[in-house]
Design a protein around this ligand. Structure first.
Ligand code: SAM
Length: 247
């Protein structure tokens, strides 16, 4: 698999991927915002990938996902990683009875993920180029893992994000959100997010937090800004999903 240095070389602003702050002090973030802002989101993200403007990209799985995968607490079965980017977290979650789909709207991201994983093919991962808001998998998933996807979406898309989480999870499924919660962002992506932002869109659909804790293994620029929440789907939200998906 490619080293994180190789990933760093293609990133804007001369910064090593993922080691800079994800705010306006990082030239890569400024450039990412210019590319994504005001575009159809798929076009904006595609430009980021094609121009190598990926300042969020760690070049390897985030330590929290490695810890989760080794914890023995994850459900077996099918796993979805929406907005998988370079695919590192999807690969880290695979195995031990878990079959993973990494999904990204940008073909360039999917090609990167396939390339990165090709030298050491993971046991059970598929990478799919499709839009999270419209993709129709054959079956709902046992587990969905969201990292730097919610915070990268325009806030107007959050109700649709929650509705899709509800649709894409089995009735007994689990949603894990590794929540990056920057403060005082004047614009995005990444956008300001709080636990309340997640609760506002997930609770009405019957999602409840089973556990929430600080991410004690966050990478340096994100230390103190991340929490891991594990959400259970309850029957309370049955029938309340909205069909308001973006076009
Ligand atoms: C901030 S990046 C995070 C990537 C990855 N989760 C990580 O932590 O490295 C957000 C990713 O979401 C993808 N994306 C944005 N909108 C999407 C959508 N509607 N469907 C699928 N992927 C999307 C982008 O192409 C991008 O790769």
């Amino acid at each position: 698999m490619a080293s994180s240095t190789a990933v760093a070389d293609v990133n804007a602003g001369g910064r090593v991927a993922g080691t800079g702050p994800l705010d306006a002090s990082n030239p890569g973030i400024v450039r990412m915002r210019q590319l994504v802002d005001g575009q159809q989101y798929a076009d904006g993200w595609s430009k980021c990938w094609e121009q190598g403007v990926t300042p969020w990209d760690l070049g390897e799985p985030t330590p929290a996902v490695v810890k989760l995968a080794q914890s023995g607490t994850l459900p077996a079965g099918t796993v979805l990683v929406p907005g998988c980017g370079g695919g590192y977290d999807a690969v880290a979650l695979s195995g031990a009875g878990r079959s993973v789909v990494g999904l990204d709207v940008c073909d360039a991201a999917i090609q990167r993920a396939k390339q990165w994983s090709s030298s050491s093919p993971p046991p059970d991962v598929a990478f799919v180029n499709a839009d999270f808001f419209t993709w129709a998998p054959p079956e709902p998933f046992h587990l969905i893992f969201d990292y730097t996807f919610f915070c990268a979406l325009d806030p107007s898309l959050r109700p649709a994000w929650a509705a899709r989480m509800h649709q894409l999870l089995r009735p007994d499924g689990e949603l894990i959100t590794l929540m990056y919660m920057p403060q005082d962002q004047d614009s995005g992506p990444p956008y300001n997010t709080t636990v309340l932002d997640y609760e506002e869109v997930l609770n009405p659909l019957g999602f409840v937090i089973g556990s929430i804790q600080d991410n004690d293994v966050a990478v340096e620029p994100r230390k103190g800004l991340e929490k891991i929440a594990r959400w259970k789907k309850t029957a309370n939200g049955a029938g309340k999903t909205t069909p308001d998906l973006p076009h």
